[in-house]
Each structure stands twice: as C-alpha cells, then as structure tokens.
Design a binder for this molecule. Sequence first.
Ligand SMILES: Cc1ncc(COP(=O)(O)O)c(C=O)c1O
Length: 360
Amino acid sequence: MASRSSHDPQPVDVIDLRSDTVTKPSKAMREAMARAPVGDDVYGDDPTVGCLESRVAEVLGKEEAVYVPTGTMANQAAIRAHTQSGDRVLLDWGTHSVRSESGGPAALSGVTADRILGKRGVFTAAQLVATAGKARGGRPDFCTPPATLLCVENTHNAGGGKVWPLDALDEVARTGRSLGLRTHLDGARLWNASAATGVSEARWAREFDSVSVCFSKGLGAPLGSAVAGSRDFVQRVRRFKQLFGGGFRQAGIVAAGALHALERHRDGLPLDHKKAQALAGELASLPAVNLRPESVETNIVRFEVATSAANFVEACRREGVVMLDTGPRQVRAVTHRDVSMDEIGRAAEVMAHSLEGLQR
Ligand SMILES: Cc1ncc(COP(=O)(O)O)c(C=O)c1O
C-alpha cells in the first residue's frame, strides 16, 4: 500500500487522531497573535516572549524559563546544558528524547543514552540505582561513561499518556540527586498530568533541576516550548538554543499564541481526557481490540488490534478517521481540542466497522 507523503494534507473533514499536535490556532488565539507587541528576541527585545517566559517560570515554580521553537529543541538544549561530551544519560527505554528526536543526545551532546526498562515509562528508584552503578563490576570506574543526568517523561507518550505516580516521580528524582545526577523532566504534556490529577505543574517539577513543556500539543498553540530551571542553567540553555539555530527574531507573534494557550486552554484538557476515555470504552468492547480502558489516564489511547495495524489504519483513513500504526498490531489515537465528543463517537463506529471488514 502506498504510504502517504508527509506533504499530502488531510482532507478538511477528517477526524484527525494522529496527535494532539494537529490542533490549529483558534480565532481568538490568532487575534492575540496579531495584536502582540514584538521585537528582536535574539537581542532580548521581544516583550511578548519576555512575558511568556516569566509566566512559564512562575507556573513551573522555577527561577527562569526560555522560549524555544520545539519540544525537541527544549529537550536537546537541556541535555546539552546539563552534560559534557562522553557522559551517560539515564532514561526510560521509550523516552521521546531518545526514541523520536533523530539521535539528538549522541549527535548534539555526544552522550550515551543508557535506557532503563520501565513499565509504560515508569521505573523505580532501585532500577535507577542499578543502572547508574554499572561501573561497579570489578572494572576501574573510568571504563564506564560517567552517569551525570537523569531524564524522566511525564506524561509518557510511548507509555500511552501514562501519568507517573507523584511519590514515585519524587523518589526517582531524589535518588538521582543522591547519586550526583542532574535531573530533567520532559513535561511536553505536563499540563495533562496536572489536569488528570489536580497536582500543579510546579509541584510535579519540584524535585527536578529543569523541566520542559510544550504549548503546541494539547494546549493548541501553533508552535513553541519552554525550558525552565535556575537562572544560571537557563542562561546555558539560551546559549545552546542559539547554537542549535533556535534564535527566532520577532518570536512574540507565536509566543502570544503560547501565552493565550497557557492562560485559556489548560481548562479544556479534562474534556480531552473524557474523550479518550469514551473512545477507550467503545474500543474495549470490540472483540478484535486489546485495550484496558482504565489504562487511559489522559489523552493518548494506545491499543492492539487482532489484524494488521497498517491495514486497519488505512481502512479507517479511507472512511475519514486518521490514526498512527505504531507497531505490527499497535495503534495510537490521541484526543485533542479540535475533535468533538460527537466525532469521537463517529470515529469509534468507523473503527468497529473497519475491523469487521478486515476480519470477514
Ligand atoms: C514527550 C514528548 N517530548 C518532546 C516532544 C517533542 O516535541 P516537538 O514535536 O515540539 O519537537 C514530543 C512530541 O510529541 C513528546 O511527545
């Protein structure tokens, strides 16, 4: 089957469940962007970027924050700012920063990624200790790359939007610190973790040296992320943002969208989670689907089908519902602010119908 080109736009009336990144800026957001005062951000002149950065630092409970174009740049600039070439970074097997950022840790920071096998992205302090201490095998310490950084992802994308238990997250961060590691939290969807639990973003990030967040996912801004931490650390991140080509000039136009999203769209996330639960409930009732609805904690629904996932996704696409096949039988559907509860109902019908067709 011919695969679609990434430049082949989806027809306008499709129900697009590939990702929460497909959301488009609302009219009110576009108006806020049009009104935004701007300046050259590389010279520190953009007032809207300044306003966004202060507000983000406040929401995340950190001294300072820096606005960057993407979540990938946020993670990679943070990793670079925390490490030296040759260091070892400890993170979960399915972490976005090693799985889906084009080899950034090796290419941009020269570090070895040491992956811990978590359950849906969640691992224990004991696993962290065991992985960090690899040098203690009778060999001299200098044979093993020094572990200097711990990265954790919450919510966990590959883990199906899994929210870390707060005490487990605190414990791995504190254990990391006791091992002499610096700690970074990839909070691309930290907003969803807060919406699902009532735990504030600042509380989730409290035990971490740095935290990154994205405005371009469930919050619905067209682009942009931020990294927050101590003033000194953020100054280092600013340097690597520039090195990686992220110095964007009148960035206030897009920062205004992020600010609008931060102040007005976090309230919409519980509804996105309800849509995911509704979809999961429908899917779980289908004999050809393997899914535990209670595993859906936020806006990401990952499930298995008893047929080829690629064929299933293609059959649904022909009927106007788009998703991602993420393995031979694995599928990902993500709910977001641009899909309604009614559309979720229609999508579930298309999925049921497509599975029936494929199994005939
Ligand atoms: C957990 C996580 N971190 C980082 C990113 C990267 O964000 P971006 O696509 O803005 O580079 C993503 C993207 O989906 C993600 O899911």
